[in-house]
Each structure stands twice: as structure tokens, then as C-alpha cells.
Design a protein around this ligand. Sequence first.
Ligand code: HAM
Length: 422
Amino acid sequence: MNQPTFRAPKGTFDLVPPRGEAVLAVRDAMAGPVRRAGYGYVETPSFEETGLFARGVGESTDIVTKEMYSFTTRGGDDVSLRPEGTAPVLRAALENGLHRGALPVKLWYGGSYYRYERPQKGRFRHFSQVGAEVLGTEDPAVDAELIVLAMDAYRALGLTEVRVLINSLGSSESRPAYRDALQQFLRGLDLDEDTASRVEINPLRVLDDKRPDVQKALADAPLVTDFLSDGDRAHHDRVRRLLTDAGVPYDDDPRLVRGLDYYTRTLFEFVHDGLGSQSAVGGGGRYDGLSELLGGPRLPSVGWALGAERTLLAMEAEGLPLPGTPGVDVYLVPLGDDAERHAFGLVTELRRAGVAADVATGGRGLKGAMKAADRSGARYAVVVGERDLADGVAQVKDLRSGEQEPVALGDVRSHLITATSS
Ligand code: HAM
């Protein structure tokens, strides 16, 4: 057999049915709760000026130093495929003046994101997220709202084992003292050169080092929650209280840090233990200083992004059936030229009436066409043979019960509309 010449690039994959429909259904379910909560849809380009991410996500983060697909356009502009959605969405909100209207601005978005990471289970170079951002309020109620909406999305998909880890990184009031204490602690450790230089540039990033020997050395590192100002502590306690009131359990994780530099105060991650090392199915937090970093006014904000592929893997780990199975409700089986013409008209009418319907093509015989009807997932097969046409009927077969009845051709459409809507 001939091997095709081209394959999907390393770290990427194609979505083909039924997985294609499953990911669509996952994205729909993840967007459902925020849409019902009145969030408005925003769409931004798949690429942005590289500087937006360097400034927004952070010059020293792995994402910016190692993982961006960056290139210079023919016109000489430095652009990058978006590795994440928060900086672009905030850029778009500022550019379009959304922050000059009533605050907060609540937005949701989704699409493809690109990171040049080492591929492994659950970690890809092209993946999809659904995200939500609330711009322009410090109110801890929106931090809690976002966490509740994400947990509702996971629950709507049938997931029962997603846990939320929560932490506060403090604001500019709390950060400097913690940074000093952490740096002092880290300088006392025997670290490799790269890590030691990270201690000077961005010590919080060291806490995210996954190597077991580093994690062990960090066991006695000072905790950010011991350095929170009164205001930051009150904010954090309020978020936790509201989660409890909403019946959403959470795990305090004072060691939680995330790979993006814009976070302040509330930080959270949704994790699933059935996924191996890439256990985060979603994550987010507050980013009160990002707008000013991008040249905008003060605009305290909070948001999250949920990963569609990892969420689907989590569903498989819990043994849940693939959502959004493709298929139709009605499958037409015309036998002969006149029947094919008739069936073409009927399938068009059914589809226009909102019935999911398909038709056998290519002059297939009864046996092959009935097999196709079974594969299509249809509840009803409609067989139209030459004799039926002459008698002015079609045979409507209920594929579940096996019962078959002749229905007058003029009534088939309404018969099927009624049958499939019950
Ligand atoms: P993030 O934690 O980098 O946050 O990504 C969010 C989710 O996207 C992850 O939890 C994971 O499910 C998925 N994801 C990330 N990288 C990959 C990958 N290489 N392969 C597969 N899935 C992946 C953000 O992107 C922030 N913008 C979230 C946010 C919104 N913070 C505030 N607002």
C-alpha cells in the first residue's frame, strides 16, 4: 500500500469522526455556563505582535523563551502564533474601548493555541481552549463565579473527579516581602546554573520546577500565603467562602504557581488525577496589573482557560462515553433511478425542516445501503423501490424495533418530522 507523503506535524493531530464531534461537544459544554451567565463572545487573530506576549506573559517564562512559534512576516513584522488567549483578549478589549463602557466586561472565547512543547500524552503543539475573562473589577465574587462556572462545565460533561487547587499570590502590597524571603531561601540551595539565574530574575518560577530533586529541596521554602497583606488575605478568604457557599469544594495549595507572569492574588488550577503528568485540565487567575503593562489604564481582571483535548482525555479516564456522537435520525435508501431522484428531493426537504437525514448515493443495492443506514446511527430507514414508487408509498422502517410500514409518499415528510421529534 502507498504511504501518504505528508503527515500532521509533530506534536499535532487531526480530529476525525467520532473524536471530531466529541471535541466540538466538549467545547460547547465548556462554553455553556459562561454563555448562560451573560458573557459576550470575542474573537481575536491567531497571531499577534510577538511583543504582546513577551510583555504580557513574561520575558522569562518558558512560553516566551522556548515555546512560541515566532516569525518575521514578508513585511518585516515580528509576530507569533498565540500561545494563550488572555493577553490578546485584553489587547482587543483595550483597542476596542470596551473598558470605557460599563464595568466589569465579561468575555468568553475559544480556538486554537500553539506552543512548541515537548509532545507527550495530553501535551500538544496545537491544542484548543475555551476561555473566559472578567475585566475591570477587583470583587472576589467574580473570581468565585469563574471557578463555579468552570466546575459546572466539567460537571455538565459528566466529570466527577476534577479538583480545583487554589492559592493567592498576593498583590504588589505582599509580593516584594515574599520575593525577598523566597530569594534568600533559594540562594541557600545547591542549584544548577540555569535555575540559580532564575532565582535572581523570577524566583516564583523556581517553585514550578517539576524535577523531583528540586521539589525535595523546596520542601521548606517560605509560603506566599504567610506573606499576604490584610487586604490580600481578606480577598482570598472571601473567594474561598463564596466557593463553599456555592457547594464547590477546593484544595488550598500554597505552593501553586503557574507558568505565566501576569498573575496577582487569586490563582487556581483544575486538575484530574487520571491524566498522568499533564494533569491540568484548566487554569487561571487574577491579573490586576496586566492592562497597565500593555499601556492601558488600571483594570483589575480575572479569568481562566480550559483545555478541550485534556478534558476529553479526562472523560475517557473516567470511562464516560464520547459526547456528541455523529449521525442522522433518518437514512433514505432509494433503489433505482426514479427513486433516487425522489429521495434527493425528500432528503433536502427533511434537512430544511430540521431533521438530520442522509441518503445512500452511488446506486447502492439494498443490502449495502441498509448497512450504511445502520452505521449512520439512524432511527428510521426509508426504503423507496420502483414498486413502492408505482404504489405511491415508501417503506419506513424503525431500525430499533425492526417494524416496517408503508407510508404514502405525500405523507413521508410530515410522518418523519413527527416521528423524530418525539
Ligand atoms: P494555561 O494553564 O497555560 O493558562 O492553559 C490552560 C489550559 O490549556 C491548561 O490547563 C491545559 O488544559 C491546556 N493546555 C495548555 N497547554 C497545552 C498543551 N501544550 N497541550 C494541550 N493542552 C494544553 C492559560 O493559557 C491562561 N491564558 C489562562 C487564563 C485565562 N488565565 C487568566 N485568564
